[in-house]
Design a binder for this molecule. Structure first.
Ligand code: DP6
Length: 360
């Protein structure tokens, strides 16, 4: 280590969030965060929903500390500690001649890190904030500590922060393979196709409510595992087939099949929540009205124009087959949920801001 203890080494990373089209809901191992089924997601454009994390290391830091959206949070929870421990174990020598910094592999055990993370979207409102957060933290720490692991290997560490985080280490469509190993070494994310493969798709998020959800994903899925028979049937009998069909639909850019599978899987995930004792309600009346709007429109068109999916909250993630469908969708949303009315939405998050202009 450099003799002078005033140096600071800083790394900043940005990671987008991801939205599952085949949902992860249920763990077979709570500590290692191992899921009961495979899942598939689409990673969003980093310019819209993303986390930016800056990590720093200095001999003058006397403990690990972290700030989330400007507020210090406790690192005592096992999830942060697990991620830090796993990356520290893979840390390598760092030499920055310009700054006169040399950190040997063994020095990392004694050094403390500070991390500051910002979400540019509502935290814990069912918009997968923990996914982007842990993926970004793990990625930034890996760069800081010069860990040589691949993104798939890092995904198995991010998974121990929050399951869905493992899928944010890649762009495009990503599969989280549940794996078989008891130590979780093969429970990691792989990229199915990159973001250029199907770039006609336009994602619009209708923010029905930006309030924090009442039941966290972690406790909700724990209760579902304990009480829902449907969850176990889904994991064993339904998801394995759906995963194969979804991979096929993505490979062929088959929107008809993609939207049918996406909507069906979202509805089944919420059915599992209802099948949980006591039942969990993530969607609200506005979410249900959005589903009806899309279902009626798709039926009237003969070919589906839009797929919908809802995570652990009331906000709708709407995937339009192309720009034209996205513009029509926005017009419909603005017509049925007029701004400043009782039925208005909190906001839209768009893949492309110019769509609002097109939609008038
Ligand atoms: C509904 O990844 O937030 O978004 O692993 O306990 O942190 P933990 O849960 P989390 O759950 C996400 C659930 C979901 C579906 C999905 O993203 O696949």
């Amino acid at each position: 280590m450099a003799a002078d203890s005033s140096w600071v080494r800083i790394v900043t990373a940005q990671t987008p969030t991801n939205i599952a089209v085949i949902k992860y809901w249920g763990k077979r191992d709570e500590t290692l965060i191992l899921p009961v089924n495979d899942s598939i997601s689409i990673t969003l454009d980093p310019s819209h929903l993303c986390t930016t994390t800056t990590v720093a290391v200095s001999p003058s830091f006397d403990q690990d500390r972290m700030w989330l959206n400007g507020k210090e949070i406790s690192l005592s929870g096992g999830r942060y500690q697990n991620c830090l421990r796993e990356i520290r174990a893979r840390a390598c020598e760092v030499e920055d001649k310009e700054k006169g910094i040399k950190i040997a592999k063994k020095d990392w055990e004694k050094l403390h890190v500070h991390a500051a993370s910002y979400n540019n979207f509502p935290t814990a409102a069912g918009l997968a904030s923990s996914a982007a957060g842990f993926a970004c933290l793990v990625f930034a720490l890996a760069k800081l500590m010069n860990a040589k692991e691949s993104n798939s290997e890092l995904s198995a560490i991010a998974r121990q922060g929050s399951g869905s985080a493992c899928r944010s280490l890649f762009g495009g469509f990503v599969k989280w393979v549940m794996g078989k190993a008891e130590n979780g070494s093969d429970s990691l994310a792989v990229q199915l196709v990159d973001d250029k493969h199907w770039d006609d798709l336009v994602i619009i998020i209708a923010v029905v409510s930006s309030r924090q959800k009442e039941t966290s994903s972690t406790s909700g899925m724990r209760e579902s595992v304990e009480t829902s028979l449907l969850l176990h049937h889904r994991a064993k009998e339904i998801v394995p087939k759906r995963i194969m069909q979804m991979e096929e639909a993505i490979k062929d850019r088959n929107f008809e099949s993609f939207s049918q599978l996406t909507c069906a899987d979202s509805n089944q995930f919420h059915a599992v929540c209802l099948d949980t004792c006591p039942p969990i309600f993530y969607m609200n009346d506005t979410s249900h009205r959005i589903i009806s709007l899309v279902e009626k429109w798709n039926r009237a068109e003969g070919t589906p124009q839009v797929a919908y999916t809802f995570d652990a909250g009331p906000n709708a993630v709407l995937i339009a087959r192309n720009r034209k469908a996205a513009t029509q969708l926005l017009k419909k949303l603005l017509f049925y949920f007029p701004p400043n009315s009782d039925a208005d939405l909190d906001s839209f998050v768009l893949g492309d801001k110019s769509l609002i202009k097109d939609a008038g």
